[in-house]
Design a protein around this ligand. Structure first.
Ligand SMILES: [Zn+2]
Length: 410
């Protein structure tokens, strides 16, 4: 994981970083790559939609060539001339979740996926891979990006109105999280700002975020919807909202997501963001969090505070759900593969997880990742297991601290 490096190297790199950040600040640009992932339960395909360029770069400026977590997919940018790695990132997708549904056994479907990369200075190859639950690559696409390509459309010249809810420091030093309103009309923007403040204070009150307040920026963006609430297909209540979200994703009542990922990124282009939290102005419990994609949660529910932190644990921290069902028949994890999520183990490679924390700081409790057998978690309760629990378990806390440091320290 490359988290612990000799001090002299850290000092040297810090100096180099300050110099390069200063000299590049004016010309840093973001390459936004828009893809369509498509297929069914047996096939996965990746297609380029188009490319955009945005002034500024809000992503990390350290550990560009490394990954902290593997995710269910990865994006890699290499220099086309030298083959050197320029940038890597990992992610999960709604597409891969859908591939596990019954619907995917009988139809093909496509999903939008958008990634933000530092704009290369010279032609670069971008490779996207999707992996299955056995960590095997099931789809791979490589395409070349020439920064001088006239078809890379500039966007973000007219960003929406936004303001800081929490300002830990400069965009280049901090992790930049944008908070978006879904189903708030222009008359309800005051309520949105209040809800955004509640979300941020809930996150920052949890360890380890409380110790790293100065490494985060949270920004609220004004995106008014024509109608309030979000679409609820079960009751036939379709709404005209900014981000086109709906409950009953994959026919699961409480699963509130949006498939209009491209539209969302278009709406907020020009705002300096890397991570996304969407607050839906809804009373009904629902939401989801997808690693390095977005968190979506409902703001008018009594469990808003714990749930927004839980979902941010997914979308920011890559943490898995630690809850499970006794009657779960679908196998999300298998006994031959160590899951990439840091807070679950199948004991295939427990030493890569929290073996070193046993027995003083953490334990080994069977049940997690929706499965009551064959998957273990590190504590009896955790923010990633129940809304009643007040804290992240020690295993989750340590991983969140490591990912914060990965994004902000050389
Ligand atoms: Zn945990």
């Amino acid at each position: 994981m490359n988290l612990f490096r000799p001090m002299f190297k850290r000092a040297f790199l810090y100096c180099a970083l300050v110099l390069s950040a200063a000299s590049l600040a004016a010309q840093d640009r973001t390459l936004r790559v828009n893809y369509v992932f498509a297929g069914n339960s047996r096939e996965s395909h990746i297609y380029v939609d188009d490319l955009n360029v945005i002034d500024g770069w809000a992503g990390r400026r350290v550990n560009l060539k490394d990954l902290y977590l593997e995710g269910n997919g990865q994006i890699l940018m290499t220099d086309a001339g030298t083959g050197d790695t320029l940038y890597r990132n990992a992610f999960s997708t709604l597409f891969q979740e859908w591939q596990n549904t019954e619907e995917a056994t009988r139809t093909d479907c496509s999903f939008e996926n958008v990634f933000l990369l530092p704009m290369p200075k010279a032609p670069a190859n971008v490779t996207v891979t999707l992996t299955d639950n056995y960590n095997s690559v099931v789809a791979k696409l490589t395409h070349q990006v020439n920064p001088d390509d006239i078809l890379i459309r500039p966007v973000g010249q007219n960003p929406p109105k936004w303001s800081y809810i929490h300002h830990g420091g400069s965009t280049s030093d901090c992790i930049d999280v944008v908070i978006l309103p879904e189903g708030y009309t222009s008359d309800q923007m005051d309520k949105f700002y209040k809800d955004a403040e509640t979300a941020v204070s809930s996150i920052l009150s949890h360890a380890p975020f409380d110790r790293f307040r100065d490494r985060f920026n949270f920004m609220a963006v004004e995106l008014p919807s024509v109608q309030s609430d979000a679409s609820n297909p079960k009751t036939g209540d379709w709404k005209n909202t900014a981000l086109a979200s709906n409950y009953s994703t994959f026919y699961s009542d409480r699963y509130l997501t949006t498939k209009r990922v491209r539209q969302m990124h278009d709406l907020i282009a020009g705002v300096p963001y890397e991570h996304i939290i969407i607050l839906a102005n809804c009373d009904v419990y629902g939401g989801g969090g997808i690693f390095n994609s977005y968190t979506l949660t409902t703001a008018n529910h009594k469990d808003f505070k714990p749930v927004v932190v839980h979902e941010f644990g997914h979308s920011f921290g890559g943490l898995a759900d630690e809850y499970f069902y006794d009657d779960q028949y679908e196998q999300y994890y298998n006994s031959q593969t160590e899951p990439w999520e840091p807070n679950l183990t199948t004991k295939v490679d427990f030493s890569s997880k929290w073996e070193d924390m046993i027995p003083e700081k953490a334990g080994l409790y069977e049940g997690g990742g929706y499965m009551s057998k064959g998957v273990w978690r590190g504590a009896s309760d955790c923010r990633m297991r129940t809304n009643a629990c007040k804290v992240f378990c020690p295993v989750c806390q340590r991983s969140l601290e490591r990912i914060i440091r990965f994004y902000t320290e050389e």
